[in-house]
Ligand binder design. Sequence first.
Ligand code: ZN
Length: 348
Amino acid sequence: MQFKDIVGQRDVINRLTEIIDSGRVSHAQMVLGPTADGSFQLALAYLQYLCCEHRVHHTEGDLRADSCGECPSCKKIGSLMHPDLHLFFPTATTTRITSNPRCEDFAADFREFVLEKQGLGTLDDWYAFLGIDNKQGMIREADASAIVQSLSLKAYEGGWKMVVVWMAEKMNAAAANELLKTLEEPSEGSVILLVCESDERMLPTIRSRVQTIKWKPTNGERRAENNAEYAPLLVEWLRMLFKLKMKELSTQVDKMAQMGREQQKQFLNYALGVMRDCFLKTAAGLPCELGSGDQKFDAMFPSMVTTNNIEMINAAFNDALFAIERNAYGKIVLMELSFRISKALKKR
Ligand SMILES: [Zn+2]
């Protein structure tokens, strides 16, 4: 996970990279915010940056720095396979683990869950993933002991020893008490990140021992942010689909493919939303604000999406989203999508 894959919160991220660069790394921090908005992504990107062997500092754009995403350390943290990265999370009994559930019993499941959801999965998603929708998960004393132990050992790779507790508010009192001493006197070279959605549910004794990173984008902000970010890109791309000049289109698709996977998905979802709005304007006369900043285009484009092509457009976007979820190569997916949308627009 790189910072560029996270939506918004550039101020928070830039402050964090500055602190890491200056070597003043805090040993125990709480990342506070909805996981569906990226709080857990932030924790993972933070650790990847911390351990990256070739941190990249930007002179342009809204991020001052990011991990390289390419070095062995980035690859290991990105795939959640770093031997010094320990993940803890709520568990419950399942059909497979029928008593005394512990995180280590579910390590492979959790890894698969996080990678599949790109770190944006919620607690409900996790329970559904485990097939325990009607149970309440918990982080127990045995898990806290495992945290203490993993931080007391020597780092396998000689660097940082890292613990992320996902949904730390699900620690029961015994687990929280077990963890207190470690938070107070962290061992050399260790970093603990407690990711939680509600600090009110955390024991005050824990809260007072950690620094808090606040992460609170609302959905409204996210939409508005996407709108501002993606509208010009969408308009540029749609214009090219009319002309279909191969060289220009290829450059444009390159630009889109350079976005992180998560951003590509957001862009496609945004674009699909705009297409549907256009269709509703054509078919039912509903108001549709493209918000591209180009009034002529905003007035003209909706009439291009009609009953003759909305299904083709819908299918093309959904296929592209599906392919990107399955880690297909961005440029090929976006190129194919471009051809399909171009063809669809001609059938209006
Ligand atoms: Zn790296």
